[in-house]
Ligand binder design. Structure first.
Ligand code: BJW
Ligand code: ZN
Length: 246
């Protein structure tokens, strides 16, 4: 049964201190505190645009210019943002715990900017492009990127290196996540609405493997009934508290 704040913070701290293996799953809520819009909710990106018009392979095939214009807008916005205290606290958790893995659904790259190293960016990265012809993936931090961008090797159209709806996640990332979920003592879920699969199923995988599962979110989520503990508040306020002495 999920509980609310107060002594729960202390309980989660105890679990983290005792844990030999910690896995963290993050979503857009952690970057909301850096000023990056979330997807769902009142101010979310999907409020004014339909996901299937922009974040699907069909949308890109239909109108690559429209999709690239949307990504250019987001690149411009994200380029001005910095990691916040929650991103930084996760770097410190990684430093303290020998067996640590971060799985982020975020494509903004802020975890890497903060210094996280043991991580899977399971939905890709907005600062990478992939050739639709030869498949080569490259870093690209152009803001704005030239529309329509083409591959310097084969001339084919480049696309964002992002996992859209209906596309599979990388098998390597899925393997890393599966290992991290099955072998962690604590799974900490931060700032995700928990509705997009496969990440929406990660809490139950860890729970079935015997982990203590906690979530930090502004609001209850579909995962709240499943987790051992819920803390409600802003990630940038709550995550750093987890590092304070017991
Ligand atoms: C705060 C806060 C603060 C705010 N502090 N908290 C049925 C079952 C299983 C699968 C499917 C199914 N039907 C369809 C599918 C497949 C589909 C899916 O899951 N759809 C669901 C919507 C139902 N999944 C896929 O297609 C995935 N691929 C896949 O499954 O392959 C196999 C397969 C294919 C086809 C059919 C079946 C299987 C790929 C998913 C790729 C998702 N990509 C996106 C968009 C990328 C575009 C881009 O970014 O450029 O990734 S979707 C979008 O949602 C983005 C995010 O990473 C993802 C998750 O969102 P997130 O992070 O949770 O954000 P929000 O906005 O939803 O929530 C923010 C939360 O933060 C809220 O809870 C706030 O309260 C909180 N918050 N401020 C703390 N300060
Ligand atoms: Zn190419």
């Amino acid at each position: 049964m999920p509980m609310t704040r107060g002594s729960n913070l202390g309980l989660l701290k105890e679990k983290l201190v005792a844990a030999e293996a910690i896995t963290v799953l993050t979503g857009a809520g952690i970057s909301a505190d850096s000023g990056v819009p979330t997807f769902r909710g009142a101010d979310g990106l999907w409020k004014n645009v339909r996901a299937e018009d922009l974040a699907t392979p069909d949308a890109f095939e239909r109108d690559p210019r429209l999709v690239w214009e949307w990504y250019n807008w987001r690149r411009e916005l994200i380029a001005t943002k910095q990691p916040n205290n929650a991103h930084n606290a996760i770097v410190e958790l990684e430093r303290r715990c020998p067996n640590f893995w971060l799985m982020t659904q975020n494509v903004d790259g802020l975890h890497r900017d903060a210094g996280s190293q043991k991580l899977s960016e399971i939905h890709g990265n907005i600062w990478k492009v992939r050739c639709t012809g030869c498949g080569v993936v490259e870093n690209n931090r152009d803001v704005p990127i030239a529309i329509l961008p083409s591959c310097p090797r084969c001339g084919s159209l480049l696309r964002p290196h992002i996992v859209w709806f209906g596309e599979s996640l990388s098998p390597d990332d899925l393997d890393d996540c599966s290992r991290a979920l099955k072998h962690c003592d604590v799974l900490l879920i931060i700032g995700t609405s928990g509705v997009v699969y496969p990440a929406a199923g990660f809490a139950s995988v860890a729970k079935e493997a015997g982990a203590f599962v906690a979530e930090i979110n502004l609001d209850p989520t579909p995962q709240s009934a499943l987790v051992d503990l819920s803390l409600h508040g802003r990630a940038k306020d709550l995550v750093p508290l987890l590092l304070e002495p017991l």
